[in-house]
Design a protein around this ligand. Structure first.
Ligand SMILES: Nc1nc2c(c(=O)[nH]1)N[C@H]1C(S)=C(S)[C@@H](COP(=O)(O)O)O[C@H]1N2
Ligand SMILES: [Mo]
Length: 168
């Protein structure tokens, strides 16, 4: 009898605690980690992104449909982990690159000059909105959006980690 009521009590607690957790937006639990060379790292979330100016990119998805994506210029975030800025990207740093990892295991790379305004006029952003709305769980909360790429294959959904690596 005692065991039965213990099990019932446990079940009650599980239902009470478990339900709100299940109802919570899963993508809000997906934080983003930035890792620099020299081990510098930062944990990002929606709140940290609010302090940066917003940029909008309008581009086509894989079905040719246009969407408006808004977020933060990626190089502004990379400055936080020591990526050279304002004309300092030269010499050895030209062989460094950014590895983007997603929660589903998808990975892509960008060479640093692709992300630097001295080399490219075409923005790459870390977006947190599509057509004015937060991304759905399977796409967000953060997605890389590349203006210049004809195919959206590097528009990484569910970004988990941004890591700088060096080939030398
Ligand atoms: N995390 C993650 N991002 C991803 C992919 C993926 O498999 N996982 N596929 C890529 C590919 S190959 C394409 S074509 C686009 C498709 O994006 P869309 O559905 O918005 O057109 O997402 C890209 N981003
Ligand atoms: Mo694709």
């Amino acid at each position: 009898m005692k065991i039965a009521s213990f099990i019932l009590a446990c079940l009650g607690i599980f239902i009470l605690v478990g339900e709100p957790l299940k109802a919570q937006n899963i993508s809000s639990l997906h934080t983003l980690k930035l890792v620099g060379l020299n081990g510098r790292n930062f944990q990002f979330n929606e709140d940290s992104l609010k302090t940066y100016p917003k940029t909008e990119i309008i581009r086509k998805d894989k079905d040719g449909k246009e969407h408006s994506y808004s977020g933060v210029i990626l190089s502004y975030l990379l400055a936080k982990i020591g990526v050279p800025q304002n004309g300092a990207l030269r010499g050895k740093s030209l062989s460094q690159y950014l590895l983007v990892k997603a929660y589903d295991g998808y990975q892509v790379v960008f060479a640093l000059p692709e992300l630097d305004s001295d080399f490219s006029d075409s923005p790459v952003i870390l977006a947190n909105r599509v057509d004015g709305m937060p991304f759905i769980d399977t796409e967000g909360p953060f997605r890389i959006i590349v203006q210049k790429d004809k195919k959206p294959a590097r528009c990484v959904r569910q970004v988990m980690e941004l890591r700088i690596l060096s080939s030398q």
